[in-house]
Structures are given as structure tokens and as C-alpha cells.
Design a protein around this ligand. Structure first.
Ligand code: SF4
Length: 264
């Protein structure tokens, strides 16, 4: 049985809960189901998985050594990325791509630096650019409800984006921009060593998995972050859910799978 709080959370993200007698068996996903239905009971309230032993994390690429010489790249010169202070200072000083010229401020990410779950979106939007925090505004509120539905609060996870500066006019980050910013994301992943990564949205999923496959295909299975022993689950971006409420049933299945990974 779902608790009243979980029912409230599901209602908040637009998912109807039916009693088990009306449950729909989970089958291969069809994009944009016509009627959102939660098939199974939600995970236990307040579930907080234990931190496992450290995992092998994506190795540095050539040129991404802990001491980066950035005189020609726009990256801060000779700045180590071994501590959070160094990572955040490097992001603040970075001018490696054109996104630095147009953003109001950098949005490095926020949350629990020892989180089991790391959430990675595509890039800061208008609200994030103003507030300096990832996933604020309506998308952020919906993300909070999605997390609450599996018993998590925002302060239990770490949230960041593929790029740390807002793309102008909310365009997608270019592949080159994502690649230039990757050194910071990889440094954050090495610090956190999450048990699982939730990649939200097409840009994030395609960048992290180095593929052109659509999100609707990528969310059918649990992946591994290339070069690291970290499970990676893909789901739709909250902003997409706001435009396409019928996709919430699919996201609910993704959240349940995420919870299973966190608790195994
Ligand atoms: Fe540097 Fe990343 Fe901002 Fe580009 S998006 S300027 S690589 S911090």
C-alpha cells in the first residue's frame, strides 16, 4: 500500500495510482502512453540506501590530468581538480567555450557531495542562470516531486548539468561545449562516486552515453557510464514532462527501476 505522502507525491507529478486489482503489468514501453498509471506500490518512504564501497570512476582522458594547463583552452591554468574547492574555482574561472560570454553566472551543481544518486541534466536555463542553482523553477519543482515519490529529498542527491553555463536562448549545448565542460563533470563524478546516475533528457543521455539514439530508446535499459563501473538510468527531462504529461507513466517506471538499483 502506498502511504498518504507517496500518494500525494504521485498526484503532484500527475500520476494516478490505481489499486493493485487494477494494476497494469509493466511491458515494453510505448512512448507517450495515453493514460498515466502507477502499476506497483512505491518504494518505502524515506528509503536511504547505504553508501557502497568506492567504485572505479571514469579515467581521465588525455589532457584531463589533475593539473590542467589551460592557457590555450580557456581552462584555468595549472589548477588542480582534486578537491571541491578546486573544481568549483576552476568552473568559475573557465572561459573554455563561448557559453561563458553570455551566462549571468556559472552553475556548478549542488546537493550532497556523498550522494548515492547523481542527477545530470543538460544545462542551466533562465531560472538556473539567475539563481546559480540547477533545476529550479517549474522543472525543479517537478524533479523534487519525482524524487519524493521514491522517498528521496533534494539534499540526499547531487544535481548538476552537462554544461555549467547557460546556452543562449535555451538552445541545446553543442557537442564541443559538452566535451569542453566534461572535465568538470568527470571531476565531480570522481569526488562523489555515486552508486547510480540518473541522466535526464536527450542532451544529457546522448552526451554521457556517447550515442545519437533517442531517449525513448535509451530509457529501455540500465546502462553503464562509459569508462566507469556506475549504472546509468535515462529518463525524460522534467521540462519535457511539463509539456507532455502523458510521458509521466514512463518516468514512473524509470523511477521505480532507479529505486531498485539504489536498494540492491
Ligand atoms: Fe567552461 Fe563549461 Fe562554462 Fe564552457 S560551459 S565556459 S567549458 S564552465
Amino acid at each position: 500500500m502506498l502511504t498518504n505522502r507517496q500518494l500525494h507525491c504521485l498526484k503532484g507529478i500527475g500520476i494516478r495510482h490505481w489499486p493493485r486489482s487494477h494494476a497494469v503489468v509493466e511491458t515494453a514501453r510505448e512512448p507517450l502512453a495515453s493514460e498515466p498509471v502507477a502499476a506497483d506500490p512505491a518504494p518505502a518512504k524515506g528509503a536511504k540506501p547505504l553508501k557502497p564501497e568506492a567504485k572505479e570512476v571514469r579515467p581521465l582522458k588525455s589532457g584531463e590530468d589533475e593539473s590542467i594547463s589551460g592557457s590555450e583552452t580557456g581552462l584555468p591554468p595549472k589548477l588542480s581538480l582534486e578537491t571541491w574547492d578546486e573544481i568549483n574555482q576552476s568552473i568559475q574561472q573557465c572561459t573554455a567555450c563561448e557559453l561563458a560570454r553570455n551566462c549571468s553566472q556559472k552553475v556548478p551543481g549542488s546537493g550532497n557531495r556523498q550522494a548515492d544518486l547523481m542527477i545530470i541534466g543538460e544545462g542551466p536555463g533562465h531560472d538556473e542562470d539567475i539563481q546559480g542553482e540547477p533545476f529550479v523553477g517549474r522543472s525543479g519543482q517537478l524533479l523534487d516531486k519525482m524524487l519524493s515519490a521514491i522517498g528521496l529529498d533534494r539534499d540526499q542527491v547531487f544535481i548538476t548539468n552537462i554544461v555549467k553555463c547557460r546556452p543562449p536562448n535555451n538552445r541545446d549545448p553543442k557537442q564541443q561545449e559538452a566535451q569542453q565542460c566534461r572535465v568538470f563533470l568527470d571531476a565531480q563524478i570522481r569526488q562523489i562516486k555515486p552508486r547510480v546516475i540518473l541522466s535526464v533528457g536527450r542532451v544529457s543521455a546522448q552526451s554521457l552515453l556517447e550515442t545519437k539514439q533517442p531517449v525513448g530508446k535509451l530509457l529501455e535499459q540500465v546502462h553503464q557510464l562509459p569508462g566507469a563501473d556506475i549504472p546509468l538510468k535515462v529518463t525524460y527531462h522534467p521540462a519535457y514532462l511539463l509539456r507532455t504529461p502523458s510521458a509521466k507513466a514512463i518516468v514512473w517506471q524509470d523511477l521505480k527501476r532507479l529505486h531498485q538499483i539504489l536498494n540492491r
